[in-house]
Structure formats: C-alpha cells, structure tokens
Design a protein around this ligand. Structure first.
Ligand SMILES: [Fe+2]
Ligand SMILES: [Fe+2]
Length: 174
C-alpha cells in the first residue's frame, strides 16, 4: 500500500509516459512522410518503449492496491520536419522526463516510501541510457548534417538500432 499522494503522482507520470508514446508516434509519422524509414522505425520503437514504461507504472499501482486513473493525454506539439530539430526536441523532452522521475524519487524519499523508491530506480537508470542514446544520435547528426548521403547513412543506422530494440522488446514479452 502506498499513500494517495504518491499514487496520484505516479498516475500523473503514467499520463506523461503516454504523452511520450504519442510524442514519438507523431515523430515517427513525420519521418514516414519524409521517406526516412530508419528514423521512422526508431521513433516507432521509442513509442513502444514509452507504452511499456506506462504499463510498468500501471502494474505497480495495481500491485500496491492503489487507484489507477487514466486521464486525457495532451496532443503532441508539431515539430519542424528537420531531423536535427526532431532529435533536439527528443533530447529536451527526455531531459524533462528525467526531472519528473527525479521529483518522484524525491517525493518517495520524503515519505520514506522505500518500495516506490526502489521501484523508481529502474526509471532513473533508464533515463541515463535514453539521454545518452539521443545525445549520441544528435551529436552525429550535427557533425555529419541531416541532408543527402549523411542523412541516408543515419537513416540506415537507425533502422538497425530500431530492429535491435524490436528484438529486445520481443525477448521481454516472451
Ligand atoms: Fe519513459
Ligand atoms: Fe523516454
């Protein structure tokens, strides 16, 4: 059992994870429209990961006998159809999520809620990896540019990464 306050904060995070899923789905659709199959597959894989994050929190609330509230999910803002812009927005989005997760940990600690604190550790680690991955992609896109051949190479590379994420998701589901 966790406090109502802790549960409502996790519910708010479930909503933000669902927002993240839609944010990535919109970027995936935009990449599809730009004929960037690899970039589209990468954002689509992120969409799947964000839904998994929401479901982890959903399951945690149920296991803790807390109330799950599914609220309205805000529409993602339009992003310029430029690959650099898409990854810049992704990085600033993930940094915002990291701050949200840190706030949740702060609250769990303030309540001496050890179970929620431990549960949130997975998300703390996940955010380090997410920011690092996006930073790496963005660094390469800035270095090589997001046009012509370099864009084609990055698109191919992200297609491979998306395949690996897809395989990892299959393994987790199995
Ligand atoms: Fe997430
Ligand atoms: Fe994320």
């Amino acid at each position: 059992m966790i406090s109502q306050e802790m549960a409502s904060r996790i519910n708010a995070q479930i909503n933000r994870e669902m927002y993240s899923a839609n944010f990535y789905l919109a970027l995936s659709a935009q990449a599809e429209a730009m004929s960037l199959r690899g970039v589209a597959a990468w954002f689509f894989a992120k969409h799947g990961e964000e839904l998994e994050h929401a479901m982890k929190m959903y399951r945690y609330l149920i296991d803790q006998d807390a109330v799950v509230r599914i609220g309205d999910v805000a529409a993602p803002e339009a992003v310029e159809p430029s690959v650099i812009e898409m990854f810049e927005r992704t990085l600033s989005h993930e940094r915002g999520v990291t701050a949200n997760i840190n706030d949740l940990v702060d609250h769990a600690l303030s309540e001496k809620d050890h179970a929620t604190n431990i549960f949130l550790h997975w998300f703390v680690t996940e955010q380090i990896e997410e920011e690092a991955t996006v930073n790496d992609i963005l660094g390469r896109v800035r270095l090589f540019g997001d046009q012509g051949q370099s864009l084609m190479l990055i698109d191919n590379e992200l297609a491979d990464v998306a395949k690996q994420i897809g395989q990892a998701q299959d393994t987790t589901a199995a």
